[in-house]
Structure formats: structure tokens, C-alpha cells
Design a protein around this ligand. Structure first.
Ligand code: FE
Length: 181
């Protein structure tokens, strides 16, 4: 099975479910994040990273109701590990860092917290809350930290009910070009 067919299967199985506490499905959320990454002038790798950033949620299913989340599911690690087998670090690393990026922005950008959805505020607690100073320094030294911040902004934007975007097939050439052999 090709990587693209595998991805289609993963999103067809679980992607139609609501994106925890938001007005869009998991698939719509990923497509919107990818769309915003493209609109923001992100690299091809960042567009693919944004598109697939929550694949960890689909690989290991968390409770459907966000109120039942008692621990962080660490979907960014599940997802980035899977993506690292298919793509280079320019795709997998921003995905691994997209949750730390939220914690970083909460610590460094006074206005950022106010833009978070209620569900995202809830998971922030489970994810460790805003970063400490030492943590923000470590994050700023990450090679793909900047990409992760851009991905994060696209992630936060990608929750618009009814927003039409290209579908997954639109990204097939991009995905196939960036995937390992
Ligand atoms: Fe997301």
C-alpha cells in the first residue's frame, strides 16, 4: 500500500469524528491547518506537517469527550514518531513540537492565551501549562522551533465551521514528493 493510500485509510476511519470540543471534524481541522500554512507562505514540508499534525490522535484514539481527558494523550509524540518513518525531520519535528509551541506562546506572548479555544485551554493544563523560563530557552534553541510556532498558529486557526478547503487528494503530489523513497 502506498503512503498516500495509508493516510487516506487513517483519515477515512477516524477523521470524520469531531475534533475535541471544536466545530470541525479531525479531517477538516487538518485540511484547514494545511490550508492556513500554505496561505502563510509555509514551506511544502510545513504544509504537510500542518495537514498531518494531529495524526497521532487518529493512530491512538483518545476519549471522545474532552472532559474525560485526565492525562495528556501526548498525541504529538505518537504522531511525530509515525511521521519520522515516512518523512524527514522538516515534517516530523514541527509536529513533535506543536504542543510545546503552545506552551511556549502562552509563556511569551501575552495576547496568545486569550485566543485559545476553551478545549485548548483545557488541554493546556494537561500538557503542563505555560513554559518556565528555562523551558522557553530550550524551545528557542530547537532547530524546528520557528516552524513549530507557525504550525501552532495554523493549528489554532483551523477550527472554522464550514470553511471549504481542498481535500486530502489535493496534497498527494506534495506528500509523495516529500516522503522517503
Ligand atoms: Fe490540532
Amino acid at each position: 500500500m502506498t503512503l498516500f493510500d495509508q493516510l487516506l485509510g487513517i483519515y477515512q476511519r477516524g477523521g470524520g469524528d469531531a475534533y475535541f470540543g471544536e466545530a470541525v471534524t479531525m479531517t477538516e481541522h487538518g485540511l484547514q491547518a494545511g490550508w492556513f500554512a500554505q496561505a502563510a507562505g509555509g514551506s511544502d514540508a510545513l504544509v504537510v506537517a500542518a495537514l498531518l499534525h494531529d495524526i497521532g490522535h487518529l493512530l491512538a484514539r483518545a476519549p471522545d469527550d474532552i472532559a474525560e481527558w485526565t492525562s495528556d494523550a501526548q498525541h504529538e509524540l505518537t504522531g511525530s514518531r509515525w511521521l519520522a518513518r515516512q518523512f524527514g525531520p522538516e515534517v516530523s519535528e514541527p509536529v513533535r513540537l506543536h504542543v510545546p509551541a503552545k506552551r511556549y506562546l502562552c509563556a511569551t506572548d501575552a495576547g496568545y492565551f486569550r485566543t485559545l479555544s476553551p478545549a485548548s485551554v483545557h488541554t493546556l493544563e494537561l500538557q503542563g501549562g505555560p513554559m518556565t523560563l528555562a523551558e522557553t530557552d530550550a524551545f528557542a534553541a530547537e532547530r524546528y522551533g520557528r516552524d513549530a510556532l507557525l504550525l501552532r498558529r495554523c493549528d489554532d486557526q483551523g477550527k472554522v465551521a464550514g470553511l471549504k478547503t481542498p481535500d486530502l487528494a489535493h496534497y498527494r503530489p506534495l506528500i509523495e514528493r516529500l516522503a522517503h523513497g
